[in-house]
Design a protein around this ligand. Structure first.
Ligand code: TXE
Length: 481
């Protein structure tokens, strides 16, 4: 399955025909090649976007919402193939790709189409004048996305960017190009005007960097690691490009002493280990009240030890492969660090598969791992691992739980488990983060703001925050006669 760039409505190779290999995480086998694009490819994409830009901007909001619905319908008709490709590219269980990635990719387009139809003009009346705020397109926007939720996160940006009248140069992760290619196939099939959506593939520092540097690209919406996000900002900010940065996380799952035990155990597992912990919203630190910590930990270890880790295509698999062997080694380095820092491995930390046998032992498999006995100030508990590794810490009061939850450089999400939602809500408001779920996790209303503080990023996307980011407000003040 060779991937090509999608520029001006056509599938093309890189100008110099250079390619990269795309490997399947679960088997280590070659899926196909992708273009190793560089500056000439970005210039071609920007040129194609420029041709499309004004006609697309001149459409009405309703016309563009109709296009989003057409994309949603076409994607939905291929949702099984979408999930199959996403599972192959990322190593995640096919069942998870169906339930989460494919479903949400379609929903992102449908949501923004529907949401736009509820929008009113922004008008502010004065005694002697009327102010009308027009949300105008930015122009050509650059979208750069990571490998963990490839089309889920790309579509989250493409939908509002198109809706607000912009044209796009997008770069998916070089590790997971397949579903961006599927989106391009769908857009070509339904006849989306050429040049409205352009996708270039390749290494971040090569083709991604060119997107950051191109004068014609006026905004960057980036999702990825904090280190890369810092580089994105350093490159794009001096060019006065609009920036939205969704970066890393080290989120706390806080189990209060009055939590319903089974609900809290299931919630902590889902929050900590979904997608093998490769979700920036994952609850990678569990803070549990000391009075229930022994019982909670016992249930947690028993259930995590029994999780089936293996072939992503098998319906019983709960834990698939990580994105690649390099990432397995990075995660293992943190497990070794945890031991050096005095932690105890309660379960996991090894590579064997315990579920249906994977296609080959070369797969990037790592068992879900629970670690206790670490200070919440240890490196293991403060740095983003982005794998199936969760640390467990005890607290004795709500105040201590808040202090521990805030003791990292990140601030993206978190969850609180309690029978007293008032108490949970009060604690939530004292945690420096972007989203807190109470007695649930990853329960998403797409109208709400998504994003973080501190090293988790800058800005919010979602609902009107997306419409705001992907447009430039023009205020026209008309004096009454
Ligand atoms: O990120 P990278 P990854 C974070 C998650 C984790 C990381 C994993 O916390 O840290 O993303 O994704 C491109 N110029 N989030 O490893 O390396 C690169 O090619 C321009 C948070 O992919 O930062 C890829 O397309 N581009 C998020 C993209 O940047 C460059 C949810 C991300 O790559 C580049 C999901 C450069 N110099 C993951 N270098 C959230 N907060 O929602 C790399 N890239």
């Amino acid at each position: 399955m060779n991937v090509q760039n999608f520029i001006g409505g056509e599938f093309v190779d890189a100008v110099d025909h250079a390619t990269l290999e795309n490997l399947a995480p679960a088997t280590g086998q070659l899926i196909g090649t992708i273009p190793r694009s560089k500056q000439p490819d970005v210039y071609r994409a920007v040129a194609a976007a420029r041709v499309a830009q004004h006609e697309w901007a001149d459409l009405t909001l309703d016309d563009r919402a109709d296009w989003l619905e057409a994309i949603a319908d076409a994607l939905e008709s291929r949702s099984e193939e979408l999930a199959r490709r996403e599972s192959l590219d990322t190593g995640k269980p096919f069942s998870l790709a169906q339930r989460v990635d494919a479903k949400r990719s379609v929903e992102n387009f449908r949501f923004f189409a529907d949401f736009s139809r509820e929008q009113e003009d922004l008008v502010f009346e004065m005694e002697d004048a009327t102010n009308i705020v027009h949300r105008r397109p930015i122009g050509i926007v650059g979208l750069i996305t990571p490998w963990n939720l490839p089309l889920y996160l790309l579509s989250w940006k493409v939908a509002p960017a198109l809706l607000m009248g912009n044209v796009i140069v997008a770069k998916p992760s070089e590790l997971t190009p397949l579903t961006a290619h599927l989106l391009a196939e769908v857009c070509q099939e339904i006849g989306l005007p050429d040049g409205v959506l352009n996708i270039v593939n390749g290494y971040g520092p090569e083709v991604g960097q060119q997107i950051l540097e191109h004068e014609g690209i006026k905004a960057i919406s980036f999702t990825g690691g904090t280190a890369t996000g810092r580089h994105v900002a350093a490159t794009a900010a001096p060019m006065f490009k609009k920036l939205s940065l969704e970066l890393g996380g080290k989120n706390a799952t806080i189990i209060l002493d009055d939590a319903e035990m089974n609900q809290a155990v299931q919630g902590a597992i889902r929050a900590g280990l979904t997608n093998s912990g490769q979700v920036c919203l994952c609850g990678s630190r569990i803070l549990v009240h000391e009075s229930i910590a022994d019982e909670f930990t016992q249930h947690l270890v028993a259930q995590v030890s029994a999780m089936k880790c293996g072939d992503p295509n098998h319906p019983e698999t709960q834990v698939g492969a990580l994105i690649n062997m390099a990432h397995v080694e990075k995660v293992e380095s943190y497990i070794n660090l945890a031991i050096q820092e005095g932690g105890t491995i309660l379960t996991g930390g090894t590579r064997e598969m315990t579920g249906p046998p994977g296609p080959t032992p070369e797969g990037a498999f790592l068992r879900p791992t629970l670690i206790s006995g670490l200070s919440h100030l240890s490196r293991t508990a403060r740095e983003e691992i982005f794998g199936p590794v969760v640390t467990i810490h005890r607290f004795s009061s709500d105040e201590e739980a808040i202090e521990m939850a805030n003791a990292t450089d990140y601030g993206l999400a978190g969850s609180i488990w309690t029978r007293d939602t008032e108490r949970g809500h009060s604690i939530a408001q004292k945690i420096d983060t972007g989203i807190i779920w109470i007695n649930t996790w990853l329960h998403r209303d797409l109208r709400t703001p998504f994003g973080g503080v501190k090293h988790s990023g800058v800005g919010r996307e979602g609902g009107s925050w997306s419409l705001g980011f992907f447009s430039e407000p023009l205020n026209v003040c008309i004096k009454h006669d």
